[in-house]
Design a binder for this molecule. Structure first.
Ligand SMILES: Cc1cc2nc3c(=O)[nH]c(=O)nc-3n(C[C@H](O)[C@H](O)[C@H](O)COP(=O)(O)OP(=O)(O)OC[C@H]3O[C@@H](n4cnc5c(N)ncnc54)[C@H](O)[C@@H]3O)c2cc1C
Length: 372
């Protein structure tokens, strides 16, 4: 065998897998079709280390987020990756909102989230004078991270442990061979070369369902077809000291996103978003249209005092690879070794949307246990 494991995708999850599995002594090859790491969803997100508050109990999203946030804070400290545990408020702006806080808190505690509690309006208003709120939940274990430096640290650890990384190489096919596979990779000049391995891990983000279908999995019958949900952001300019913490409204009941929230950045910047817009799979357009400004302003002005529409400017966007269709309430991460589909050695990771950044190291540990 050329490699023990080929990992398809050098987003934050593929890199965390390469870092962990190579640490376990496995000979790994990470391949990515782009010419560097993290050029898709892993660099188009809120960079929030989530605590694991909302996910239904005993789901992978809940378990891996709660574990993952602890592992990620530890990793960042150990590897000097910039981060800040600034905490997050989920704030109620009226009585109806306030009535939902207890059930959110209970769900968080059931998921094992620590350092989370109710804060009354008096304390909230002193701490966050620019934010309207009549009661809130404070999650102290929520933070922000520099996702680029995080990925660089994971890449470095994988390489130090002997992993190879092949950028500009697209995984295009695999055939069973012996107890593993022969994988076919296409370089950017269209030349194709092949390598043998025991395991293939599909961590292909937005392409994870089509990569699974290369192995003969009928993604429609298996209910593994991805839907794509764009999230757009607006930057808030010239509003000094807007908030001390991340500020989240009560999430919408359709579970598609967390509502247009106020995210702080490590350099002191502030942005609003992401919103949720299901898009066609053949139309990955990352434009953020100026015309959305009014809608963002109206959402944010409900909880940010003295916000002016002129302070908003279009910022980045990202696309969530969702198993949850627009009409569905919740779908969990799909992380599975596919022996029962007749493909031993293939491990699929499909639908790794939020909290995938937070969960990345925990996902790597989970897959490492599957391989053991
Ligand atoms: C708007 C938005 C906000 C978010 N906010 C947060 C947040 O605050 N906190 C959080 O925890 N999570 C957040 N997330 C989720 C998080 O960004 C993702 O879960 C995470 O980045 C997924 O990483 P990944 O490595 O699985 O995928 P990706 O980063 O998409 O990486 C997949 C890689 O696979 C490669 N690839 C695909 N097909 C092939 C092929 N055939 N051959 C070779 N390479 C291939 C791609 O080039 C890509 O680099 C957010 C997501 C979005 C969209």
């Amino acid at each position: 065998m050329d490699y023990d494991i080929i990992i398809i995708g050098a987003g934050v999850v593929g890199l965390a897998l390469g870092s962990k599995l190579s640490e376990n002594g496995k000979k790994c090859l990470i391949v990515d079709k782009n010419d560097s790491f993290g050029m898709e969803t892993s660099s188009r997100n809120s960079e929030v280390i989530h605590a694991g508050i909302y996910y239904p109990q005993n789901t992978l999203k809940a378990l891996l987020c709660v574990q993952g946030s602890r592992l990620l804070f530890d990793w960042c400290e150990k590897k000097n990756v910039p981060f800040a545990k600034i905490g997050k408020y989920i704030n109620a702006i009226d009585q109806e909102d306030e009535s939902k806080l207890d059930s959110i808190l209970e769900n968080a505690k059931n998921n094992g989230v620590e350092n989370i509690y109710r804060v009354d309006s008096a304390k909230f208003n002193i701490e966050e004078p620019n934010i309207i709120g009549c009661g809130a939940i404070l999650s102290e274990n929520t933070g922000i991270v520099n996702s680029h430096k995080l990925m660089a640290s994971l890449e470095e650890n994988a390489q130090n442990n002997g992993a190879d990384i092949a950028y500009s190489h697209k995984f295009i096919d695999a055939k069973p061979e012996g107890s593993g596979f022969r994988a076919y990779l296409q370089y950017s000049d269209d030349s194709v070369f092949d390598v043998s391995c025991e395991y293939i891990i599909n961590s292909g983000g937005l392409n994870a369902d089509s990569i699974a279908s290369i192995f003969g999995i009928n993604i429609i019958e298996e209910n593994l077809e991805l839907s794509y949900c764009k999230g757009r952001y607006f930057r808030i300019n010239s509003y000094p000291n807007i908030s001390n913490r991340l500020i989240y409204p009560i999430p919408p009941s359709n579970n598609h996103g967390l509502g247009i929230h106020l995210t702080r950045e490590l350099d002191g910047g502030a942005k609003l978003g992401p919103d949720t817009l299901y898009v066609d799979k053949n139309n990955f357009d990352y434009t953020v249209e100026e015309e959305l400004k009014q809608a963002f302003f109206e959402s944010a002005a409900k909880y940010i005092k003295n916000l002016k529409i002129e302070q908003l400017a279009p910022d980045q966007s990202g696309i969530r690879p969702k198993l949850q269709k627009a009409t569905e309430k919740f779908r969990d991460f799909y992380i599975k070794e596919e022996s029962d589909k007749g493909i031993p050695g293939l491990i699929n990771l499909i639908g790794i949307e939020s909290p995938g950044l937070t969960s990345s190291i925990a996902i790597a540990n989970y897959v490492s246990e599957i391989i053991k």
